[in-house]
Design a protein around this ligand. Structure first.
Ligand code: NAI
Length: 282
């Protein structure tokens, strides 16, 4: 999809971090925006930032883990703009802890947002995009954690590996059509992902932190603060859409982890310590 000017972009998780940066970048490219997020209290300010670029914005408070809510978002989008050209299934939450200590509700929350949120976006928007016959592009936000697993990040790893897998499958399905697909796999980015509990549903009580959880959280807080600016990720996403590139990686220094994992698999070796502990990365 070469031309973004005067087209429509839908971004979930658009009130903060990478989603907000993508919305701002698309607005600067002349696109109209649909900004969806669960966090109503900050969505208005995010919309103001994006509108300041001159973009027409439809904002919606949406829980992407709710299929009916995402279907309603698609309906609203087509009522208002008559099209969705770029769809960024981006909303996500960080969630972790040793699997021996996790509750099923914690698994369901992370998988509900990070995996089913993407599935719902595809289920509600893709048929409409195909039917329109117009050019389009879908960007699913995964992570480096969709390629390399870390101890203490089971639900997050599971959700992101799944997003990589379904995105590759979608790429094969849409090959030769006018709808492109990209999967975004960043390393550390300076966002509020480390504070994901702010959007934790009432049904998923805050977990009792164990010392190792606290150490992991402190490490992640630091590397996120030192991470890339979200605007740098938004620029990569823009380039992937107009250049029709599937893989979007942002951290060359983390790529050896993917090779190490592939080597281990091919050699039949057990997962190495380098890729086994998030605090040993980067
Ligand atoms: P962020 O916390 O700044 O933004 C995430 C947004 O998603 C927030 O505005 C939040 O309110 C929204 N959200 C959370 N639950 C939602 C739900 N149920 N329905 C709708 N919106 C919901 O974090 P960030 O980093 O911008 O996250 C965006 C995506 O990037 C996520 O999928 C995350 O997993 C991914 N990612 C982030 C990395 C990082 O280092 N920050 C690295 C790799 C991937």
């Amino acid at each position: 999809m070469r031309e973004l000017n005067k087209r429509v972009a839908v971004v979930t998780g658009a009130a903060s971090g990478i989603g907000l940066a993508m919305a701002e970048r698309f607005a600067a490219d002349g696109m109209s925006l649909v900004m969806a997020d669960i966090e109503a209290s900050v969505l208005d300010a995010a919309v103001d930032r994006v509108s300041a670029h001159g973009a027409e914005v439809l904002s919606a408070v949406v829980d992407v883990s709710d299929a009916a809510a995402v279907e309603n978002l698609a309906r609203q989008t087509y009522e208002r703009f008559g099209a969705a050209h770029v769809l960024c299934n981006n909303a996500g939450v960080g969630g972790g802890g040793a699997q021996a200590t996790l509750t099923v509700a914690e698994w369901d929350w992370v998988l509900g947002v990070n995996l089913h949120g993407v599935i719902h976006g595809i289920a509600s928007f893709l048929p409409r995009m195909v039917a329109s016959g117009e050019d389009g592009h879908i960007v699913n936000t995964a992570s480096m954690a969709g390629h390399v697993a870390f101890g203490g990040m089971g639900p997050y790893n599971a959700s992101k590996y799944a997003v990589v897998g379904l995105s590759e499958s979608l790429f094969h399905e849409l090959g030769g059509t006018n709808i492109g697909v990209s999967v975004l796999c960043p390393g550390w980015v300076n966002t509020r992902i480390g504070e994901s509990s702010r959007n934790r549903p009432m049904s998923v009580p805050e977990r009792m932190s164990r010392p190792e959880d606290a150490a992991r959280a402190a490490y992640i807080t630091q590397v996120l603060a030192d991470g890339l600016a979200p605007s740098a990720i938004a620029d990569l996403v823009h380039d992937a859409i107009v250049g029709d590139k599937f893989w979007i990686f942002s951290h060359p220094d983390m790529m050896p982890g993917i090779r190490q994992r592939a080597d281990e698999i091919l050699a039949g070796r057990n997962p190495g310590t380098g890729s086994g502990d998030v605090t040993k990365l980067g």
